[in-house]
Design a protein around this ligand. Sequence first.
Ligand code: FAD
Length: 475
Amino acid sequence: SAAQSKSLVVIGGGITGLSTAFYAKKMAQEQGMPLDITVVEKSGKFGGKINTLEREGFVFEKGPDSFLARKLAIIDLIRDLGLEDELTHTNPEAKKTYILLGGKLHPMPPGLVLGIPTAMGPFMKTGLLSFAGKMRAALDLVLPRRTDPSDESLGHFLERRLGRDVLEHIAEPLLAGIYAGNTFDLSVKATFPQFRSLEQKHRSLILGMMQSKKSGSEESKTLPEVARNSVFLSFKKGLQTLVAGLLKELQDIRLIGECGVSSVRREGNGYRVLYANGESQLADSVVIALPSYAIAEVLAHVPGIEMLRDMENVSVVNVVLAYNEKDLNTSFDGSGFVIPRKEGRFITACTWTSVKWLHTAPKGKVLLRCYVGRSGDDRWLHLSEEELVRAVRKDVAKIMGITAEPILHEITPLHKSMPQYPVGHLERVKRWRAQLAEAMPGVFTTGAAFHGVGLPDCVRQGKEAAADVLAELKR
Ligand code: FAD
């Protein structure tokens, strides 16, 4: 009968899985559909890569540290959870960011949006590019648009529009840094789809970016106050606030921790979800919100699964160092720096966390977060913790002149944590999803392996998966 309860199992308790469960519950309620929801998480804690640690007055983010304010999916979720008042923005005094070039920190010229200049005056003055490099970038204003609609690499796209210097000195450390990837291996359509749309619409990337900056400031009027003047947002008590808010709303569903799923199989009109401990559960619908390699294990037998099995996930490690301010004679005018590959350093970027986010450190203390590891550079995997900290401190000393002893450090290895979207990724995802829908209708795969790695993208994908589930269960 219509009132008979349907069941959904969400596999993976990261931000994507929790968002899926939240929106499935909400949509089922709104549509008057009784839905029994279970979330199964392998580790002892929910939140996945979101991992806030409070220690000695510091708020350490061991995973993501913030999210893009202009992405509405996460703002809507925060509103749904009533957490707007918990939000915090970046320190308005710390707007400057730097790029290391020739061993020296150069401020990024004002007006760069995702590495694309939108103010030509400051761009022409920057020490990050040679005169020839600037002239080459300006060619973007007159170069024709590419007519071939197929995907290309981010590196190829940016080199084609703005030249090699902008790519290597500015865009690569900024953009590829987000993916810990190599620009020539990443799909432009899957990583920065707006670049290709801007070219299609405005021909010139620079002119297009200038236009979209204008309309973007119009759109931002619908954002909460705190989001209007800050590119990034976080929570006063760290990103864990978002996870706690979701878990509170999910109190009345079944949350199973410390329980890995080993496989999902068809059984009758539904699916049997098998747990690693030998137990199992039947479900009408299943959403799998895991990293690509973990989905590949759970659905090992499904045709087309090699797309996920073969996807690369780069391993990175975060090293957070805390200092007494009085031990340093460094001034931090900004929020940190990124490092181009060509510089050949051990760290790839450094955030001056306590300056950028005032809530993260007690008065008189300084918190630095150093990023290590990227596609093609996994030297860190072979080091002991001691060697790792030493290598990081060597760069910190060379680049910022900080030789003082840290009062504490926190090391967070994140194995296979950064999915790399190859050229053609979106087409492959489409093909995979069609194959899965054919083999196992009612089973969906989602999360950072598919349409965006940022937290807002994960929330959006969770919401979309919930809508897919409800549509399927109503058929
Ligand atoms: P995950 O968080 O990986 O969740 C998957 C969950 O599934 C995990 O909890 C895992 O334990 C569980 N699991 C695995 N296997 C099984 C199994 N077989 N059965 C059951 N459960 C299983 N994004 C931003 O927006 N801003 C940032 O500042 C930012 N910084 C980042 C920094 C780093 C170092 C990293 C690695 C990522 C960063 N990201 C950032 C990206 C963002 O954190 C992730 O893309 C996002 O958290 C992924 O969420 P998810 O739910 O899709 O996957």
